[in-house]
Write a protein that binds this ligand. Sequence first.
Ligand code: 5AD
Ligand code: SF4
Length: 443
Amino acid sequence: MRFSILSFGCQMNAADSLWLAQALTSMGWVESPREEAQVYILNTCSVREKPEQKVYTALGRLQQLNPDGFAAVGGCVSQQVGDGLLERFPFVRLVFGTDQVGAAPGALARLVEHPSLKISLLDFEERYPEREPAVTAAPGRPSAFVTIMQGCDNFCAYCIVPYTRGRQKSRDPGLVLDECRRLVAGGARELFLLGQNVNSYGLDASGAGVGFAELLRRVARTPGVERVRFTTSHPKDLDDATIRAMAEEPAVCPQLHLPMQAGSDAVLRRMGRVYNRTQYLDLAAKVQQARPGVALTTDIIVGFPGETEQDFQQTLEAVEQVGFEGSFSFCYSDRPGTAATALPDKVNREIQLDRLWRLQKLQDVLTRKVLEDQVGRETVLLLEGKSRKQDSEESFWRGRDPHGRVVNLALPPGKDGSGKLVKVKITHAKNHSLTGERIGELW
Ligand code: 5AD
Ligand code: SF4
């Protein structure tokens, strides 16, 4: 069978989609361009604005493209809308929830055998649902995802994740390390540990007495692992032990995504974030002190219910004070079933967009400043692949520095850089990326 996967949303979904592609490939299925596929898998996200609509539109297009095919819908929208999707779209023959990714390949095989069948897999599991380990290695990829937990127990007032991904379930540390070793054996040099709230790893019923800091150290010391990154962190759970591991383990990258969400105490309280502005700023300073030059990035929601212009000013000030290297910012949107939908004083759309624009302007300046600061410095890139731009004289490659910044680089034609490390000097800063020149051999 020929399949095509459409993946929306976060890195957890991206990791699930990669696993699905490998699992299906190992069944003899072939990943194909959309026009040629017989089965479509949509891995959906419902964290912000009109996500269902996006999925419905995509389904309509795919059905038009190939009326004889069928679709499977996984991820957060399917968890939320559930069997309604099967009823509403005859084209959809499988819905699978976020804990059921591992069961999807088997279900797809049954659907192919039984053309009148439809399947719904929406249960949450009590423990982390392990998948067929033989297909976790992604051969040839220098950077690999490793999911270490699933779900979230925080119930921030705006967030649908605890409803769509269920309660927090940590994965067994031994199995996480097994997977890391398999990935390294398959060629990975960088591992990206994933979870909704990685800092509370181990602190749930499935935990096995190993906390995040310890897991991070063990992964970082796995032979062959050159770089480790992780996301997402929660300021209330990022502890000293983890910060120490960041400072002491050379393989742990100087990069931290630490969602702040807002810079005003009143807004943070209504969001249920369990930290205030000062605590956040102190924590960011502590990380910067422990790992000088660390690249801090964040998530910000503007226009949360009741956010005043003064509240927003405090967000701008906090963003400036930390000097984030990058931020993802969003207009607040009501998500069904979350606590914030019931809050009064919703902020109107124009004001939200105006605040978003102002925040993004500030961020552009901060990002630009960090990138310009890199010019003239030497660093090491892990090359991920060729960039889109190519010419006959040189071949252009894309890599990342330890901080996670994208750096473009020219290599002589015919030189295969993929998965290689290379020392470079940064020569140029653009708005969102850097250019470097090679000053050493590839290894
Ligand atoms: N509205 C806007 N942004 C949201 N996020 C989560 N829920 C919402 C919502 N209802 C943002 C948060 C989170 C990121 C993944 O998405 O900033 O950190
Ligand atoms: Fe959502 Fe808050 Fe959990 Fe993040 S920590 S997934 S924002 S509930």
